[in-house]
Design a protein around this ligand. Structure first.
Ligand SMILES: Cc1cc2nc3c(=O)[nH]c(=O)nc-3n(C[C@H](O)[C@H](O)[C@H](O)COP(=O)(O)O)c2cc1C
Length: 146
């Protein structure tokens, strides 16, 4: 069975909890998971991935959490094709900030620009984690895991 790549970054722990919860949902369905922090994903790793879910919060001014900064620097400059990838993004943020869910939005837009296929619209959490379970279940189905 094709592996699910669950890529995540969190500053204060909320997005980490969401990622862990998404992993639990996937494990209940006996899906083989590669759960990895964004900074531990190289561009070489990324081009070889097929099914990807990204969970990231936003910090600073629309920035990725520290554990995703290096990934973002590499991705934003990458000249690679992600046409093998089917993906969706769960973005955590707070609309009291100017660049709402900026980190998830940036990654989502860059994935599309590099040819990845979005199988489900980005889910945006506003100051909480509401809706992430439905997003995960839906995304897993759209990725062909059910
Ligand atoms: C210092 C700081 C900066 C933040 N900047 C943004 C931002 O630019 N845009 C946004 O939508 N949310 C922003 N947030 C809100 C967080 O993304 C949100 O609270 C999220 O749930 C935190 O997830 P985490 O615990 O995984 O880091 C910021 C929060 C903090 C503490």
């Amino acid at each position: 069975m094709t592996k699910l790549n669950l890529l995540w970054a969190s500053e204060m722990g909320t997005a980490m909890e969401v990622a862990d919860n998404v992993a639990s949902i996937a494990k209940e369905k006996s899906i083989d998971i590669n759960q990895v922090e964004l900074n531990d994903v190289s561009m070489d790793d990324l081009v070889n991935m097929k099914k990807v879910l990204v969970v990231t919060s936003t910090t600073g001014d629309g920035d990725l959490p520290m554990m995703g900064e290096e990934f973002w620097t590499e991705l934003s400059e990458a000249e690679i094709s992600l046409s093998n990838i089917e993906y969706s993004v769960c973005a955590l943020g707070d609309s009291s900030h100017f660049d709402f869910c900026g980190a998830g939005k940036k990654v989502d837009e860059k994935f599309q620009e590099l040819g990845a296929k979005k199988i489900l619209d980005r889910h945006e959490c506003d100051g909480d984690t509401e809706g992430h379970e439905d997003w995960a279940k839906n995304a897993l189905e759209k990725l062909g895991f059910e």
